[in-house]
Design a protein around this ligand. Structure first.
Ligand code: HAM
Length: 426
């Protein structure tokens, strides 16, 4: 038997899963601080939901959905994203009429894309959606919240914000028809995908990575010239708010997004550190979506961050600076219980610190090798002498190999000072 995992579906080893969990914990904590409430959404929805929201002519609906008929012959789809399901959920549970909602969800999404680093067929998102707020202040607040998450994760130096405004549905339609008439004169020179999109979804041509197509697009009409006045005012106000609040951004007029439901504000948080799959979080406004799915007109705005990509960034960072932790060395028998106790005390005093106790037998030298291999920065040694004297020998494994005797009671204070100093040096 040689059964392998399904292509594009990642196994998460303990080190990866730990990072996913860390990101989720930070995101949950920050979202809570802005009054967002977590909801649970099913992974399966009726196929029609995605066709009517994400759009029939998008890549997602045309070629990336995991769609099948269940035993009753009903067409179901493994959710490729969360916004459509969240709108369905909010409407079905009566959360929209005359109300303001800040909701979030997390979990797996499924898209049949070509797998590569940072792009998988099953991937994790944390998404947030706000309903009932039409102004640019909530757009700004969402972005501030994103920025706070990056700061808390220590990733803010590597993630930047790109913003655009798509205008309303009508301005987009006018623009699309101008774009098509411009591109039709170059139809023979366009790549196959872009030529096909001329009929189905012309604005997606702006996203083409093909050089010749990009060259043709250089003189194409600009979406920003077609944006209606109200949307323009909304966008100007958003930019002003972000500037007042000190949140840096770049206006990128080629952001159109691959899902049809957006209007006005769209944004992407991008990084250079992941290669081609550099968008770690994306979103925007979708003021027409609730109505489009059968509800009363309700403004909406939200984002989803890709945990897999953020986890890759965090893992790269951790490789550069291994997590602070200590390895406790002792002998089975008399000194082992002292070692377990010292580890317990240290965990009480330094909740963020990983304390690994060597369990089982092993000569002192062999245990020190294990301590080294574990990536620990400090080895705590408890031999007969230390136990008798109420001390612990602390050996620096990463710095200079120096060793000191510390009184058991002052170990927590000593370790905290050591790791603080490390952090400042780093
Ligand atoms: P999206 O841009 O399709 O938007 O996805 C959001 C994020 O999910 C991306 O920026 C990326 O980090 C991650 N992601 C997407 N596809 C993959 C993949 N195949 N592998 C790994 N990560 C991936 C949405 O899904 C919208 N629902 C966002 C939204 C919420 N807009 C308004 N509210």
């Amino acid at each position: 038997m040689n059964i392998k995992s399904v292509r594009g579906m990642q196994d998460l080893l303990p080190a990866q899963k730990r990072i996913f969990r860390l990101i989720e914990d930070v995101a949950r904590d920050v979202l809570g601080g802005y009054g967002y409430q977590e909801i649970g959404l099913p992974q399966l929805e009726q196929t029609q939901l995605f066709k009517r929201s994400v759009g029939e002519n998008t890549d997602i609906v045309e070629k990336e959905m995991y769609t099948f008929d269940d035993r009753n012959g009903e067409s179901l789809t493994l959710r490729p994203e969360g916004t459509a399901g969240c709108v369905r959920f909010a409407e079905e549970n009566g959360l929209l009429f005359n109300q303001v909602q800040r909701l979030f969800y997390s979990g797996a999404m499924f898209r049949y894309e070509r797998p590569q680093k940072g792009r998988y067929r099953q991937f994790e998102q944390i998404g947030a959606e706000c309903f009932g707020m039409a102004g640019p202040d909530i757009d700004a607040e969402l972005l501030l919240m994103n920025a706070r998450i990056w700061r808390r994760l220590g990733l803010d130096a590597d993630i930047t914000l790109e913003l655009n405004s798509l205008g309303d549905a009508e301005s987009r339609m006018r623009y699309a028809s101008e774009l098509v008439s411009y591109l039709q004169t170059y139809a023979a020179e366009l790549d196959d995908d872009s030529r096909r999109r001329l009929d189905s979804n012309p604005m997606r041509i702006l996203d083409s990575k093909v050089e010749k197509t990009q060259e043709i697009l250089r003189d194409a009409p600009l979406l920003s010239e077609f944006v209606d006045d109200e949307s323009r005012a909304h966008f100007d106000e958003l930019c002003q708010l972000l500037t007042d609040l000190g949140l840096a951004f770049r206006i990128n007029t080629s952001i159109v997004r691959g899902l049809d439901y957006y209007n006005r504000t769209v944004f992407e948080w991008v990084t250079d550190s992941l290669g081609a799959q550099g968008t770690v979080c994306a979103g925007g406004r979708y003021d027409g979506l609730v109505e489009q799915l059968g509800g009363r007109p309700t403004p909406g705005v939200g984002f989803a961050m890709g945990l897999d990509r953020l986890a890759l960034m965090k893992a790269q960072q951790e490789e550069e600076s291994p997590a602070a932790h200590v390895y406790v060395v002792s002998q089975p028998g008399s000194t082992r219980s002292a070692a377990l106790q010292v580890a317990e005390d240290l965990r009480d005093e330094m909740p963020g610190c990983t304390v690994l106790v060597h369990c089982g037998a092993g000569k002192f030298k062999a245990q020190m090798k294990k301590a080294d291999a574990s990536g620990a920065e400090l080895a705590l040694i408890l031999g007969e002498d230390e136990v008798a004297a109420g001390t612990v020998s602390v050996k620096s494994l990463r710095r200079d190999g120096s060793q000191e005797q510390i009184q058991k009671e002052s170990l927590g204070t000593w370790c905290r000072a050591y790791f603080d100093k490390e952090k400042n040096v780093g």
